[in-house]
Write a protein that binds this ligand. Sequence first.
Ligand SMILES: [Zn+2]
Length: 610
Amino acid sequence: MPRSSKASKDSVHYSIRPADLALHLFEVTLTIASPDPDGQLVSLPAWIPGSYMIREFARNIVQIRAECDGRKIKLMKLDKHSWRAARCEGVLSIHYQVYAWDLSVRAAHLDQTHGFFNGTSTFLQVHGQEMLPHVVEILPPSDSKDSDAYANWRIATSLRELKARRHRFGSYVADNYDELIDHPVEMGEFQLIRFDAHGVPHEMAITGRVPNLDTARLAADLKKICEQQIALFEPATKRAPMERYVFLTMVVGDGYGGLEHRASTALICSRNDLPVKGQPAMSEGYRGFLGLCSHEYFHTWNVKRIKPAVFAPYDLRHENYTPLLWLFEGFTSYYDDLVLVRAGLIDEKTYLGLLAKTLNGVLRGSGRLKQSVAESSFDAWTKYYRQDENAPNAVVSYYTKGSLVALLLDLAIRAGTRGKRSLDDVMRTLWRRYGRDFYVPGKGGKGVTEAEVEALFDEVSGLSLKPLLDRAVRGTRDLPLAEAFDKLAVAMTPLSKPAKPSLEVRTRKEGGDCKLASVHEGGAAHDPGLSAGDVLVAIDGLRVTASNLDALLARYRVGDTVSVHGFRRDELMQFSVALKADSAPQYAIEARDKPVAGARLRKAWLKVRG
Ligand SMILES: [Zn+2]
């Protein structure tokens, strides 16, 4: 255990303080007792693990200076995220301010209502000392104007306390830099929910105003999800991979997002998605929120411990390319809702309806016919994470199609082994081989390669799944899901085409105007040349507004031709649009009673009775 002394030679020391809440500034001091005598190199990560985009967090550093034994020394900026301090044979300290005004789970946010930060936004990496223990002293706001206002602020984090009482300001510790940046910190006056899952303490800190929150229900539902997942990976011992787990939840009027960490997750959600006392029904919003919690929690195993080889360790300066996000995000997306039905939080009909929604969403974009999930994974940095108006026609989601790949393989293994094996067995083998000891010094730290993952399916199932896997992962043809469903007594039936015409566009309100956000390839708007960015003005001489497009179209039938006026830039254009039914194939997914053997497999898959 390192001493908390700022000059300790066997640890790296930081202090962080909310310095100016109105200017959204955290003040950080980094103290290095034994800096590199030739000039210490420090840098801030270019990205945050779990969110595959270069974000250049160092652009939020407002002022930075270095001192050697208290005397100012030169700090040379080397590139957009690195600095080198001048030679220092004493104690090097680096002082800087971080602008924190990104209300997302990916960076940092600070104002009078709360503070939140990820280490990737706030803690400079000390090159050459990454493996030393890292101590962080978290200090309360120093706003002298009204210090009492923050007397009730508490801390929520999965960082270990060094000299701090639980939930209090004080010093915390991580074994190394990689661990330090994997425990985000929330501070403020939050509601705290606690429960145990298979003996491990869990909590959820909820920041933001939520009147009459049904905390008992939330705790009970989360417990079911967490216990289901712990038992999935460790059916014999029910041993969780962490000693404690924290959900950090920021509640806003309208928002949705999550980011996984090794013993916590940062979430952002809409107020209306959280349960109100005395309202027992499962709303769609609350089901979505539980699905988000389930998703991020599943990552505790899948991507935070079972990792692609290129993430072990992460290169925080550059893109880390992997073709495997279909496994780490897609399979996690498959299990997030599956765990809800297995835990009894949603019924079979609802679950199959959610699968249909995912399937129909994938089928909506022609990008699925051009990009495989392996390619989409590799290009996440420039395509999936940076989607433009052409995305539906160019990009396939490794989340949603990846979850269908998981579904297809699960169904195939269950049918092919008559229920003796399943995707759960594949996940458990991955876990035992690559995940369980990942953070055990000397034993773990090895990620999994594409070839190793793909060999596992045949090894675990005893089947020859290679051709199916190849088609699913590297192919762009639609997946043979109907046949796979059939063996588990599930019917996937095409929905009849609606009589109502569709332009097959995504629109965006711009003031009172209706602007085309995307135009789907092959749809009615694409044929005569309407384009993303066009502002629709009139259909057959009647004004189009941001809210009346559907109502106007509903007056016509498939086969009718209408005159559409729209502005491209500031030039008025006219298009003759032959109205069509929606061209995307769409399906319903429903359980059947027969064949009986298939229905038995289906019930084992979803763990439903009857
Ligand atoms: Zn995820």
